[in-house]
Design a binder for this molecule. Structure first.
Ligand SMILES: NC(=O)c1ccc[n+]([C@@H]2O[C@H](COP(=O)([O-])OP(=O)(O)OC[C@H]3O[C@@H](n4cnc5c(N)ncnc54)[C@H](O)[C@@H]3O)[C@@H](O)[C@H]2O)c1
Length: 443
């Protein structure tokens, strides 16, 4: 039976394990392993080796043949590819883990979904608003059958749940605004000049992939394992700078606790002067998110590269929190980093007598192992993942719209239903990006 036919029939019984071999049995049976393709087999790719070691890694893909060999040492039985498009044609694949450069993420996500493959995509899910919307729309059509996750693994820290409980249970009253910031600064003047030739083991043209061509320079590849993204992610054609990098992790704190769904109605931004080659170091955006079933309309505010929200108290130095979040309510503030939190009540109710602490047995359950959460959901369609392509898609779409507002320097009115800016045609031109001939976003 073809995989897509199997998915069609098996998913009818939610709660049944989806098995590559079509056999139902216990969770530890060999037939219950996923057949996985790992795309990007070094750097961040290595962070997935442990979670994948109990599955069948049947395909490896990397544009750098030395990096491919690095992955092959751990998963020697896998077939090897340098072009992810060919890799995704391998017939026995059930699921894809992708750790490539950001400008290929939406491509690989779409191609995986179009082949009914479960997909774990490293953050960010996309680098343009249109990419984010397309991936999300694709997944929403298949969400009962296909498990997705974006690599925001800090989401599994228990602090995320504790912050969410405090906010939802009214520890700071009615929520009005949420703030997140990151202090990373990697200033660059522009794309690197041509220097030397790519080594024979490195398929540079495939690395450039769908983006406009820029000449080779070894500087783009001079970073250590898992850190090399900091050599290329600030250039517009390869990434989105801090928005997609630490922003994906830090905004996740406020998205989880306070936003969860929805898209902005308005967006404005400011920062350092626009550089057509490099994303901004210093920038901030401010948007309005509509009310949902548990809260009213809120403001969402992002600051990076030196821009910071004001501290609610002189004795709290927000600059000491490199990547942090703050929630403002009618009765106080909550300040958080990834692992700890501080509640500052204010006003007549500062004794917090209004607040009912949630009993221990009603606290949110731990996420557990973040990558395994996805693997389990691939095998059992009734299980959910924390950072699926809907949740992560709306988050990155919002952030990328912030970059568009920064580029045009105007307050945008956004129609979330159509993904169009109502009041600024030049902003609409920046919602997508140009691709090189031969590369299809939705193949
Ligand atoms: N979740 C996290 O905490 C976290 C941490 C670090 C990096 N990341 C993300 O992981 C991704 C990779 O980051 P990195 O620092 O490992 O970068 P990297 O430049 O080292 O790339 C990782 C690997 O992917 C390969 N690769 C790149 N483009 C490819 C393509 N088109 N096809 C096949 N292989 C390709 C590279 O050769 C390399 O082996 C980035 O998107 C980054 O944002 C996430």
């Amino acid at each position: 039976m073809q995989r897509r036919d199997f998915l069609k029939t098996s998913a009818a019984g939610a709660g049944l394990l989806v098995l590559p071999s079509g056999v139902l049995s216990g969770a530890s049976a060999p037939s219950n392993k996923l057949n996985v393709a790992l795309i990007g087999t070094w750097g961040r790719g290595e962070a997935h080796f442990g979670a994948l070691q109990d599955e069948n890694v049947v395909a490896l893909c990397d544009v750098d043949e030395q990096h491919l060999e690095f992955g092959a040492k751990r998963f020697p039985k896998a077939k090897k590819y340098v072009d992810w498009r060919k890799c995704l044609d391998q017939k026995d694949i059930d699921a894809v883990v992708c750790c490539t450069a950001d400008h290929t993420h939406a491509f690989i996500a779409n191609w995986s979904l179009n082949r009914n493959l479960h997909c774990y995509m490293e953050k960010p899910l996309a680098i343009s608003v249109k990419e984010a919307r397309l991936v999300r729309a694709h997944w929403l059509r298949k969400k009962d059958k296909i498990a997705t996750q974006v690599g925001m693994q800090r989401h599994a820290y228990p602090n995320f749940n504790r912050v969410q409980e405090l906010i939802r249970d009214g520890a700071i009253g009615k929520l009005t605004d949420v703030y997140a910031w990151g202090n990373r600064k990697i200033p660059r003047p522009g794309y690197l000049p041509a220097e030397g030739e790519p080594p024979a083991h490195f398929h540079y043209d495939l690395w450039i992939g769908p983006s406009p061509f820029h000449p080779y320079n070894p500087g783009y590849f001079s970073g250590g394992p898992g850190m090399n993204c900091l050599q290329w992610n600030m250039y517009w054609d390869f990434g989105t700078g801090q928005i997609g990098d630490m922003g994906s992790h830090t905004l996740d704190i406020v998205w989880d606790a306070a936003v969860t769904s929805g898209l902005p109605t308005t967006m404005e931004a400011k920062g350092e002067p626009f550089n057509p080659e490099v994303t901004p170091v210093e920038m901030e955006f401010h948007c309005r998110l509509p009310a949902n079933d548990w809260r009213g309309e809120i403001g969402v505010h992002w600051y990076q590269g030196g821009a910071m929200p004001r501290s609610p108290r002189d004795w709290v130095d927000l600059n000491k929190i490199g990547h942090g979040a703050m929630f403002k309510g009618t009765k106080g503030y909550l300040i958080s980093d990834f692992t700890g939190r501080l509640v500052i009540p204010f006003g007549d109710d500062a004794d917090m007598s209004y607040y009912d602490r949630r009993p221990k047995d009603q606290m949110l359950p731990d996420v557990g192992h973040f990558q395994k959460e996805w693997i389990n959901a691939c095998k059992n369609p009734s299980l959910k993942t924390s950072c699926d392509f809907d949740y992560s898609g709306t988050m990155i779409e919002t952030m990328l719209l912030g970059l568009v507002a920064y580029r045009v320097g105007k307050k945008l009115e956004y129609d979330a239903a159509t993904g169009q800016v109502r009041n600024c045609p030049e902003a609409n031109d920046l919602l997508g990006r140009k691709y090189r001939q031969g590369w299809t976003l939705d193949g």
